[in-house]
Design a protein around this ligand. Structure first.
Ligand code: BGC
Length: 351
C-alpha cells in the first residue's frame, strides 16, 4: 500500500481507507516478509518460470515489475542467484502450453502461471505433475476442481466479490453524501452502464454481480441502461463509451467498470468530447487509475495490491523450495488459495 500511495503527492485530496475486510489481508501483508532466517542459500540457482496471459495488460505488467524487483532485492539481500524468466503468451493458450512444456523440459523448478483460458488448465497441470514441478496460478483463477487435483497447485489472486462490493460502496457513499450528484434526473433511481472485463473471467463475473448488489443492498434503486465487454482494455472501453453516450446521453448517471484501464477509456471519451461526467468507478488502483481519481476525473477505485500479490507469489516459491509445500504462508487456505489485500481510494471534497 505504501508503495502505491507513495507515488501520490500528499495534498491530493484522496482518501485512502484501509478496509475492515482486510483482517486476513493484514495478516497476509504481515506475513510476506522474505525469510531472512531460512538459510542464506534458499533458492540458490532456482529457476522460476512466469507465464503471462498478455504482457500488454496494465495490471499484469505492474505485477511483473513488482515481482522482478522483489526477486532482485532477495538476491541482493541473500547473496542468492535466481533465474527468473517471464514469458508472454499474447492471449494464446496454445502458445502458453508450448512455453510451459519447454520450461519443464529445461528443468525449471517452479512455474507461476497467469493462465490464458481458466477453463483449460488440465493439460498444463498434467505436464507439471509428470515433471513434479509445482504450479502457482495467479490472477486468472482456474476452476476449483482443477486446483484440487494435486497438492502442489496454488492460487494467488484477489477476492473479486469483495472488489465488486467495495466498488459499489464507492457509489453508495457518494450517493449518501449528495444524492443529486449521482441521481442527475432526480427520479430516485440510478441509471447505470456496466463495462465488463472479459467473458468468463472470474474477476469480471464476480465484480459485475457484487458491485450492483452492494448498491441494491444499500437500498438504492438501480436501472441498467446498457453494458458490454471491453476485455479489460482502455481503447475498447472508449469505443463502448462512445456508443453509450451517443445512445443515452445525459440519461447515464453512473458508469461502473471492472477495472481501471476501462474506466480510463471512458474518461478518454469524456475528455475528448468535453463532457462533464465523472461518476465513473474502477478496480485495480493502477498508478494511472489513481492519478485519474486525484485529478477528479473519476469517483474512486478499489486498489488491489499488486505488490502484495507479487510478494505472495514469491513467498510461495521460497516456502515450497524450502519445505516442499507452502501451507504455512500466512493467509493460505486449506485449498491452497491466498488472496491479497485491497482498499478503497476515493476523491474527496465533492459534497
Ligand atoms: C485485473 C485487470 C486485468 C485482469 C487480467 C484483473 O484482476 O483487475 O486489470 O486486466 O485481471 O486477467
Amino acid at each position: 500500500m505504501k508503495a502505491i500511495l507513495g507515488k501520490i503527492p500528499v495534498k491530493l485530496g484522496i482518501m485512502a481507507a484501509m478496509l475492515a475486510a482486510a483482517a486476513v489481508a493484514a495478516a497476509v501483508a504481515a506475513g510476506i516478509m522474505l525469510r531472512r532466517d531460512s538459510g542464506a542459500n534458499v533458492g540458490q540457482n532456482l529457476k522460476i518460470g512466469v507465464f503471462m496471459y498478455r504482457g500488454d495488460d496494465t495490471f499484469i505488467s505492474n505485477l511483473m515489475n513488482s515481482l522482478r524487483d522483489i526477486v532482485s532485492a532477495y538476491e541482493r539481500e541473500q547473496g542468492a542467484n535466481l533465474y527468473l524468466s517471464i514469458q508472454d503468451a499474447q492471449g494464446s493458450q496454445a502458445t502458453q502450453n508450448t512455453q510451459i512444456e519447454r520450461s519443464l523440459s529445461l528443468g525449471y523448478n517452479i512455474l507461476c502461471v497467469n493462465v490464458v483460458d481458466r477453463t483449460s488448465v488440465a493439460y498444463v497441470i498434467d505436464k507439471a505433475m509428470e515433471a513434479d514441478v509445482p504450479l502457482i496460478f495467479f490472477n486468472r483463477e482456474p476452476v476449483q476442481a482443477d486446483l484440487r487435483k494435486w497438492d502442489k497447485l496454488y492460487y494467488v489472486g484477489t477476492d473479486a466479490s469483495m472488489n465488486g462490493r467495495l466498488e459499489g460502496q464507492i457509489i453508495v457513499d457518494a450517493y449518501r453524501e449528495n444524492p443529486e450528484r449521482l441521481d442527475l434526473n432526480n427520479d430516485g433511481i440510478l441509471q447505470y452502464i456496466m463495462i465488463e472485463g472479459e467473458f468468463r473471467h472470474q474477476d469480471a463475473i464476480l465484480r459485475t454481480e457484487s458491485s450492483i448488489q452492494a448498491i441494491v443492498d444499500a437500498g438504492i434503486m438501480v436501472e441498467k441502461l446498457d453494458g458490454g465487454t471491453a476485455n479489460w482494455e482502455r481503447s475498447q472501453a472508449a469505443a463502448l463509451a462512445k456508443d453509450y453516450f451517443t445512445k443515452y446521453g445525459s440519461q447515464i448517471e453512473v458508469i461502473l467498470c471492472n477495472n481501471d484501464d476501462m474506466a480510463l477509456g471512458v474518461i478518454d471519451y469524456v475528455s475528448d468530447n468535453q463532457l462533464d461526467f465523472t461518476n465513473i468507478v474502477g478496480v485495480d488502483g493502477t498508478p494511472q487509475g489513481l492519478q485519474a481519481v486525484y485529478d477528479g476525473k473519476m469517483e474512486g477505485t478499489v486498489v488491489i495490491d499488486y505488490e502484495a500479490q507479487a510478494k505472495l507469489i514469491f513467498e510461495i516459491v521460497l516456502a515450497h523450495i524450502k519445505d516442499g509445500n507452502a501451507r504455512d504462508v500466512i493467509g493460505m487456505t486449506e485449498e491452497r488459495y491466498v488472496r491479497a489485500p485491497m482498499y478503497v481510494v476515493r476523491r474527496e471534497g465533492q459534497k
